[in-house]
Design a protein around this ligand. Structure first.
Ligand SMILES: *Cc1c(COP(=O)(O)O)cnc(C)c1O
Length: 379
């Protein structure tokens, strides 16, 4: 067994489980016990664990070419950029290795575009742990130990009024998660997204949607903004994009496509042929409208069942990005028991809130099974 913290920094609160194998929405530990995954490595394994098309793409590409760096072209990268741009905002793509790096790229692009300027984000937002992304993540517990942060960031409440007050000619970017994930699955009201779009149109600030968690089919459409009908200037993606391998991307609209010039930004590994080949295979699964319809239907089924759970309230979400609160609190303890006693993986985003992010290939039976396991714990 490899459950040992002696040489790992203590920043993660891990469950005492060693996972060795996965398939679809199921995982197995070192003793071959089976788990039902309703977390997907935090919305990474949207296509399910070890999706055969992703595995085949990795096997094929790994025998051909692993790395050349960004001074050359590779076919998987060039085609992925075209696929992402044409499938979203129609501009250009900068690849990264993670979500936070995609946020950093957007901040740099937006500041360069306006020769400085303030970055506005919402209370309750989560954009990542690196200094720029952390500076746009107004949560005391995450920021305070690491002060001083990057200057020129301001947090406002997600309201129409606050947007109208805060966004000025001095604003470089307004950064928004259309559905706030890490703080408990909180969709930003459509009128607030519309007000942000309007304010950015008037002032020239960049409207940035962080769809690192909510995008790629999670909410029941390829991109979340397609459902709310508000199109950003910059779109950030990462987590599920390469079917389980590390990747991220900043996608621009046409208006900001040419802000970055040679030397402005870079990343050694980003856009490598292996992760881009995996991303094509993942997108082959995730771009499917039949899958999106299924995600919406399964989400409704899940929320309806969660509403019947004793002690559960405020069931909320879009597609298969969902959460509920416990009337009596104790979400971390419920999650701990779910993992250890029921072999159901999910997580708590706070003391009261349980979040469910199953792979999008989950079956109806597995949705019912997960709620049944929660009911057994809450009874
Ligand atoms: C996970 C996440 C990030 C950070 O991504 P990393 O790959 O962990 O750096 C940023 N924004 C949102 C909305 C996320 O969910």
């Amino acid at each position: 067994m490899a459950i040992n913290d002696d040489f790992l920094t203590a920043n993660y609160a891990r469950h005492p489980v060693e996972l060795v194998r996965g398939e679809g929405a199921r995982l197995w530990d070192a003793a071959d016990a089976e788990y039902l995954d309703f977390l997907s490595g935090i919305s990474v394994s949207n296509v399910g664990h070890c999706h055969p098309q992703v595995v085949a793409a990795i096997q094929e590409q790994s025998q051909r070419l692993l790395h050349v760096g960004n001074l050359f072209y590779t076919d998987p990268m060039v085609r992925l950029a075209e696929r992402l741009a044409k499938g979203s905002l129609g501009g250009k793509v900068f690849f990264t290795n993670s979500g936070a790096e995609a946020v950093e790229a957007a901040l740099k692009l937006a500041r360069k575009n306006r020769r400085g300027g303030e970055v506005i984000s919402f209370h309750g937002a989560f954009h990542g742990r690196t200094y720029g992304a952390l500076s746009a993540t107004p949560q005391e517990s995450k920021q305070a130990p690491f002060a001083p942060l990057v200057p020129g960031f301001r947090a406002i409440p997600p309201t129409v009024e606050a947007i109208r007050h805060a966004v000025t000619d001095d604003t470089a970017a307004v950064v928004i998660e259309p559905v706030q994930g890490e703080t408990g699955v909180r969709p930003i009201p459509v009128e607030v997204l519309r007000a942000a779009r309007e304010a950015c149109d008037v002032t020239g600030a960049a409207l940035v949607f962080d769809e690192i968690q909510a995008g790629l089919g999670r909410c029941g459409s390829l991109w979340c903004w397609q459902q709310v009908g508000v199109e950003p200037d910059l779109l950030l993606t990462a987590k599920a994009l390469a079917g389980g391998l590390p990747i991220g991307a900043l996608i621009t609209g046409p208006g900001l496509a040419d802000v970055f010039e040679p030397g402005d930004h870079g990343s050694t590994f980003a856009g490598g042929p292996l992760v881009c080949a995996a991303a094509h295979a993942a997108l082959d699964v995730l771009e499917d409208e039949a899958l999106h319809a299924r995600v919406r239907a399964l989400g409704e089924r899940l929320r309806a069942a969660l509403r019947e759970l004793p002690g559960a309230k405020d069931v909320r979400g879009l597609g298969l990005m969902n959460a509920f609160d416990l009337e009596a609190g104790g979400a971390p303890e419920l999650v701990r028991r779910a993992v250890v006693e029921q072999r159901l993986l999910l997580n708590a985003t706070g003391p009261d809130t349980v979040r469910l992010l199953p792979p999008l290939v989950v079956s109806e039976e597995q949705v019912d099974d997960a709620v049944g396991r929660l009911r057994a714990l809450l009874a």
